[in-house]
Design a protein around this ligand. Structure first.
Ligand code: ADP
Length: 486
């Protein structure tokens, strides 16, 4: 459906140095509503020249102007005001996110938008708490440390949580006193542009936040290469993360990389079955499976396996798929035609490699990039659908006999982002949590996040942490000061 008049769409411009400007080359590209396949609007296609302008603006704002003159308390108040303004625009932002990404309005309104507002308010509190230390190093000397911002941060984000991940990146970077050039995903650029306008309304000085829309190899790579950028914070695929790491070595940029996952969700036979069923469903179908922490490998202990599959199949059949603007809809379309194609090709691979299709496995008829919620049973951990990140509503169920076997299998993955454990046995729960190679482990729940809890990966899922105090410190560096008192 066409966007309604109350949804203010982006003006086809970039946001650089507090101004809305066209891309230097004048190019634009379309952003598509994946539920209808219709064009929502044209967005400016930023390239190297635009990145250069944005980095210049961010550099000037870091070194002079209003931003570095703000006290930490004033910086905190600014972030708090942005959080409040996100809440003030909640309906509009949720609708825009749904139109651009295909996520359901219920998820956008209940999760993405309020968590983005909360993230700004959480980091508002940290602006006044960036403390150094006095260090008892030597007699006759006074030693102390300062925790300083890094400078200009390049932030590159994906299309699955466009507003929320913009908040995860911006709020800690700004709280620590940095300035930012943000490159949203080409599939979902609209809420980041609205956020720039909202931040400007809140009084953020020109150049502190710049948003350059465009493609990865154009705008994204130019940001990674730019010598005026001190750090790249990236969320996206492992392949692009590797490419960014290679390129960033030329200018020795600091990096945090939040990459792919193939997270194990482990259900022991003594689990609360209702809760585990909800957790398994939520783990794979939330945001139509386009979640880096999706619990895409479901390990079920032998005695429970058959009954559990039956329940899962029955519950999945009840999931309402369709118009993501309908509050009753649970599953929206995949973000793009390309993504839908990728998901369906993995389904074909699963069938070819001998997994048993329990349900789904096909595109839903009609317009929009809808993939039926899909469950594969009798999956082996070495099959492609158990090894590679699908990023869609496709669950691989694998049976196991005991804790040693499941820990070995769960860890036999290139990735290590998240994991779930379901059991009523408290010792087994904590033993398994310790043994699993993952940045986050959920016990008897799945997919919870909080601005205060660090989040990030191990192994090929990347490094560095977002959120919490760890997330703040990733945007700072320590200076050691020596004072001769003799
Ligand atoms: P996905 O596979 O989820 O689409 P990508 O890793 O391709 O994720 O994209 C995530 C973000 O990285 C997007 O903003 C995209 O434009 C950007 N990107 C893609 N390729 C590059 C690249 N070579 N350099 C920098 N950024 C890139």
């Amino acid at each position: 459906m066409p966007p309604s008049s109350e949804t203010r769409l982006a003006p086809g411009l970039l946001y650089i140095d507090g101004q809305w400007v066209p891309a230097a080359a004048g190019a634009t590209f379309k952003t598509i509503n994946p539920a209808t396949e219709e064009t929502l609007t044209e967005v400016a296609e930023g390239r190297a020249e635009d990145i250069d302008r944005a980095v210049g603006a961010a550099r000037r704002a870091f070194a002079g102007g209003a931003w570095p003159k703000l006290s930490p308390a004033e910086r905190g108040r600014m972030l708090w005001a942005i959080g409040d303004r996100i809440d003030g625009h909640a309906e509009e932002l949720a609708r825009l996110e749904t139109l651009d990404s295909g996520k359901t309005i219920t998820e956008a309104a209940r999760v993405d938008v309020p968590m983005a507002a909360d993230c700004f308010r959480y980091f508002a509190g940290w602006a006044t708490k960036l403390e150094g230390a006095t260090v008892p190093a030597r007699a006759g000397l006074f030693n102390y440390t300062l925790r300083e911002p890094l400078g200009v941060i390049g932030q590159i984000i994906p299309w699955n949580f466009p507003l929320l991940l913009a908040a995860w990146k911006l709020a800690p970077a700004l709280a620590a006193g940095n300035t930012v050039v943000l490159k949203p995903a080409e599939q979902t650029p609209l809420t980041a542009l609205r956020l720039a306008a909202i931040a400007a309304e809140a009084g953020l000085a020109p150049g502190v936040l710049n948003v350059v829309t465009g493609f990865g190899p154009g705008a994204g790579a130019a940001l990674v290469d730019h010598p005026g950028v001190d750090k790249i914070a990236f969320t996206g695929s492992t392949a692009v993360g590797q490419e960014i790491m290679r390129r960033a070595s030329a200018t020795l940029k600091r990096l945090t990389l939040e990459l792919g996952g193939k997270s194990p969700n482990v259900v022991f036979a003594d689990a609360d079955i209702d809760a585990a069923t909800r957790g398994a469903m939520n783990g794979i179908f939330f945001n139509k499976g386009e979640v880096c922490t999706a619990g895409s490998r479901l390990f079920v202990e032998e005695p429970l396996h058959d009954a559990f599959i039956e329940r899962l199949g029955a519950q999945t059949a009840k999931l309402q798929q369709g118009d993501p603007l309908d509050p009753k809809t649970r599953l929206g379309p995949q973000v793009s035609e390309a993504q839908m194609g990728r998901v369906l090709s993995y389904v074909e691979r699963g069938v070819a490699e001998g997994a048993r299709l329990v349900c789904g496995g096909a595109r839903a008829p009609g317009r929009g990039y809808f993939v039926r919620p899909t469950i594969f049973d009798e999956v082996r951990n070495d099959m492609t659908i158990a090894r590679e990140e699908i990023f869609g509503p496709v669950l691989s169920v694998i049976r196991f006999k005991d804790i040693e076997e499941v820990v070995r299998a769960a860890n036999a993955s290139a990735y290590g982002l998240a994991a779930g454990v379901w059991t009523r046995d408290i010792k087994k729960a904590h033993r398994t949590a310790r043994a699993l190679q993952a940045g986050t482990v959920w016990i008897n729940t799945y997919g919870l996040y909080d601005s205060a809890m660090p989040f990030g990966g191990t192994k090929m899922s990347g490094f560095g942490r977002e959120l919490g105090q760890c997330g703040l410190h990733e945007y700072t560096q320590t200076k050691s000061v020596w004072v001769d008192l003799s």
